[in-house]
Design a binder for this molecule. Structure first.
Ligand SMILES: Cc1ncc(COP(=O)(O)O)c(C=O)c1O
Length: 405
């Protein structure tokens, strides 16, 4: 009997897989853009900060366990200062919990707050949504499940209190509502008044329900739309809510998107919930008897990343002493605008339709393209159009393949 080597089988399987996954002949060096990474901040942050910092491996604190696996006191204060400016409310560093990225922040939050006894672990979110919400929901006990619901106004894609009301009534098992604002993938910035209606309705009517506001893209919009964004922490239903209501509103933000520091994997939760406090800071509480912080066990921030981020958030620009992060975010918003119009022009030229609501974070996805176009002289090839169309019609996130000239 003839023997067939494992290597041959693997080769064959991968060829077959490629054939089915990509029915068109592929270019030899495809760039898949199914993951959005922001490259617009890199040059500025490198010039103003990364190229100037002394080699980090030296001080003991850059190799030892960080003092606070959920973010050192200093890092949390710096992040609180930065978020206070963007959110236009005082953010308390003692209510911030750092994690290894926002995916981990979402995982941790829902892990801590899930209903462990009953079946109420449905996670509602408007569709289209960032697929990570599904991964996270499915980790929960008692058949954790993501329950996407449609917004009724498909023209503006604005979420309304009616949409939320209908979704909750149809899914009495829901435990969480995730609102991603500005939304990924569409970039819609939700209307302030309607958000207030939604929050006050949910907080008043459903005492078991938690709202998680993913504000990952809080800086990712053109300057013109900057004031349209409102953080959940600045809504009257939150600021004037009862203590119990405030304990059911949680905000997440991280360095991956706005700052373009995806690989750093650092995210933050803002929560006033005592169970969240107990899980992250067990020494101060009776909630978690093991005395070990959830972040230390599951999702710590590394000391090296802490070193860089503390430096970045403290750095001031050489010429006028303004904070590097602040100037960086202003420049980023402007570059996003330029990139957006460059991509829009090319898409219009190629006759490819796209979503265009109120110019929010969708630009972060589109803004990737002109960089690649400039760097490798792209042509608008058939596979490009094929994949672009395919993705817009299904999940809403972008997956593209390009061909060199
Ligand atoms: C809305 C949203 N939340 C969270 C994340 C994940 O963030 P991180 O890379 O920090 O885990 C992403 C990444 O694409 C995102 O788009």
């Amino acid at each position: 009997m003839k023997t067939v080597s494992v290597a041959f089988l693997v080769l064959l399987a991968s060829a077959v897989e490629t054939m089915f996954a990509f029915p068109e002949p592929l270019p030899t060096d495809p760039i898949l853009l199914s993951t959005a990474q922001n490259a617009l901040t890199y040059n500025y942050f490198t010039a103003e900060y990364f190229s100037t910092v002394p080699p980090p491996l030296g001080p003991l604190q850059t190799v030892a366990y960080p003092a606070g696996s959920y973010g050192t006191q200093n890092l949390r204060s710096l992040v609180a200062g930065m978020l206070s400016e963007r959110f236009d409310v005082e953010v308390n560093p003692e209510r911030l919990y750092g994690t290894a990225g926002v995916t981990a922040a979402l995982d941790s939050l829902m892990f801590i707050l899930q209903n462990r006894n009953g079946v109420n672990n449905g996670v509602l979110t408007p569709t289209p949504f960032w697929p990570g919400f599904k991964w996270t929901a499915e980790q929960l006990k008692n058949n954790g499940i993501l329950i996407p619901f449609e917004v009724s106004n498909q023209e503006t894609m604005q979420l309304t209190v009616e949409d939320v009301k209908n979704a909750i009534e149809a899914n009495p098992n829901a435990r969480f509502l995730i609102i991603c604002n500005p939304s990924n993938p569409l970039g819609v910035i939700y209307d302030k008044e309607e958000l207030e209606n939604i929050y006050s309705y949910v907080l008043d009517t459903y005492p078991e329900m938690h709202i998680i506001s993913d504000e990952m893209y809080a800086h990712s919009m053109s300057p013109e739309y900057y004031d349209d964004f409102v953080s959940a922490l600045a809504l009257p239903s939150y600021t004037n809510g009862t203590r119990e209501q405030r304990q059911r509103v949680h905000v997440v933000w991280g360095f991956a998107k706005d700052f373009g520091l995806n690989g750093f994997k650092v995210g933050f939760i803002h929560s006033e919930n005592p169970e969240v406090f107990g899980a992250f800071r067990p020494r101060d509480t009776v909630y978690y008897p093991t005395n070990q912080s959830l972040s230390f066990v599951m999702t710590p921030i590394s000391s090296l990343t802490t070193y860089y981020l503390e430096g970045l958030l403290s750095a001031t620009a050489n010429n006028d002493g303004e904070k590097v992060w602040k100037r960086g975010m202003q420049r980023y918003a402007e570059e996003l605008e330029i990139s957006y119009f460059a991509v829009k022009e090319r898409l219009d030229e190629a006759g490819i339709s796209y979503f265009e609501y109120n110019h929010g974070a969708s630009k972060i996805n589109m803004a990737l393209l002109p960089r690649i176009i400039t760097n490798s002289q792209l042509t608008w090839s058939f596979p490009f159009i094929f994949f672009f169309k395919k993705v817009v019609n299904s999940s809403g996130s972008i997956s593209l393949v390009h061909q060199r000239q």
